[in-house]
Design a protein around this ligand. Structure first.
Ligand SMILES: [Zn+2]
Length: 130
């Protein structure tokens, strides 16, 4: 195990670490993905990159509008891990946005309630022939 200082490496955006250049293949090097992460499925790579972007926000004292928008878009992601991470991160910043967030949430709840009623009526109609 060498302890070289000032060692030149390359950043892998999937595992979020700086690794020696030999850990990257030609294509992976250009895309900032190391050999190990290259073996992952496209979905796993995308998921890890998103999670890194989310966890990158730890340590900031407040959330910029762009980052907030990014987190909110991740709340609708197909991946449960991403949704949970984004939700957790938004919560950690929520004290700063409390008034705004609460108003938005109340609006959403109201709309959801109306939708649910409409849907359950339709379902009753469909059940009738049985
Ligand atoms: Zn990697």
């Amino acid at each position: 195990m060498g302890k070289k200082k000032g060692y030149r490496g390359h950043y892998c955006k999937v595992c979020a670490s700086i690794l020696p250049n030999e850990e990257f293949s030609g294509k992976g090097h250009a895309r900032h993905i190391c050999k190990e992460c290259w073996k992952l499925s496209k979905d796993e790579q995308t998921e890890n990159i998103a999670l890194n972007r989310i966890y990158d926000l730890y340590g900031y004292s407040n959330l910029s509008k762009n980052n907030k928008r990014m987190l909110e878009s991740y709340l609708k992601d197909d991946s449960q891990r991403i949704r949970e991470a984004a939700e957790e991160m938004l919560k950690s910043f929520q004290n700063d946005f409390q008034c705004e967030e609460q108003m938005e949430l109340e609006d959403d709840d109201y709309q959801l309630g109306e939708w649910e009623e409409a849907e359950s009526e339709e379902m009753q109609d469909e059940d009738f022939p049985f």
